[in-house]
Design a protein around this ligand. Structure first.
Ligand code: MRU
Length: 338
């Protein structure tokens, strides 16, 4: 998708250096920059520290990172690098699918070029799934549902390209339609305010950032036509793990008769996970709740504390929305209903 007039991807293989290149998402929206690394440990750290994030982007980054590990440290690929990448984040199942795929590839055809091509194909498959999801979603939303509420960033930064939840919005905008998006800021890391609003802006889509607590009130006033979110893992029964706050949105949507769509490519499905209760939910550092960072009037990045010192916090990164609260999962194969 566009940054200025240039098309970018969240992560890719960097041909010139033979390493992995990603957009440093922690710098956005204040600064756009890319990092290139020739060290698989730096790629693993990029996932852990959320320089790259969002389920499909995490999977693609792991695929590229493992291709790099194959290049620079093949002897430790199976016993060290596969477990290292698998341990970076627990909830998004795309990570584990990507690691399984790269393991399979290394066992089947150990040529380096094949590993890099395979990682590229993995990322490309995400992009085409998300593109297809967007075509389906655009058809759905074109029928009067244009004031869309989204949570977190399920945009192209989170999904290599197009995004999952945003893909239909971008398809509508490219077709000359005028979708409007309520962007939940998404405490504590503010992926909505920092990333989704920035993405939509780059594509010229009208949007407004709102506090997470405003969402139910906008629904109550009839100002939301549909909710579209992404997913980090869909259990076999259709329960959906996504960014903390999604479950609450689903309750308010049900109360107000608003459709709640989950956009999720097949790489986000976990058929080995029977229900949402079996999905591991990442618990992140208290500091993410107790501090905020941003740019001051001099353009300097500052971090400030927002709570009394010594107070501790609770920081579950995801929650589970029961399938009964989901109107439909929009997948590249079509609509899946409970
Ligand atoms: O913690 P994050 O920022 O990786 O969480 C991201 C989300 O919850 C997204 O909604 C999800 O990964 C869908 S991405 C297309």
């Amino acid at each position: 998708m566009r940054v200025g007039q240039i098309n970018q991807r969240a992560v890719n293989w960097h041909q010139e250096s033979g390493g992995v290149q990603w957009i440093e998402q922690r710098w956005l929206p204040h600064r756009f920059g890319q990092v290139v690394s020739l060290d698989p440990e730096e790629v693993a750290i990029a996932i852990e520290t959320m320089q790259v994030r969002g389920a499909p982007t995490i999977g693609a980054t792991a695929a590229y990172g493992l291709a790099l590990a194959w290049k620079v440290d093949r002897g430790r690929f199976f016993n060290f690098w596969l477990p290292r990448f698998r341990s970076t984040r627990p909830t998004a199942v795309n990570l584990f699918h990507a690691c399984d795929a790269m393991q399979f590839c290394a066992e089947e055809n150990p040529a380096l070029k094949h590993m890099i091509d395979f990682a590229d194909a993995y990322a490309e498959a995400e992009v085409s799934a998300n593109k297809r999801i967007g075509e389906i979603m655009a058809g759905l939303l074109a029928v009067g549902e244009r004031r869309i509420l989204t949570h977190c960033n399920a945009g192209w930064l989170a999904a290599v390209d197009w995004g999952t939840a945003t893909s239909g919005i971008y398809h509508l905008a490219h077709a000359g339609e005028k979708p409007f998006v309520w962007v939940d800021e998404t405490r504590p890391r503010l992926q909505g305010a920092r990333l989704t609003a920035w993405e939509l802006n780059q594509e010229g889509v009208d949007c407004r950032i709102q506090a997470d607590g405003a969402a139910a009130w906008m629904m109550a006033q009839g100002k939301v036509d549909a909710i579209v979110v992404g997913a980090d893992r869909v259990a076999a029964n259709g329960d959906v793990a996504n960014k903390i706050g999604t479950y609450g949105l689903s309750l308010a949507a049900r109360e107000h008769g608003i459709p709640m769509y989950v956009a999720a490519p097949t790489s986000t499905f976990d058929v080995g996970c029977p229900t949402g209760f079996d999905i591991p939910i990442e618990q992140r550092d208290d500091n993410e709740v107790l501090h905020v960072d941003g740019v001051d009037v001099f353009g300097q990045l500052q971090e400030v504390s927002i709570a009394a010192s010594g107070v501790s916090a609770n920081n579950p990164a995801f929650d589970v929305t029961p399938f009964a609260n989901v109107t439909a999962i929009i997948n590249e194969s079509g609509l899946w209903k409970p």
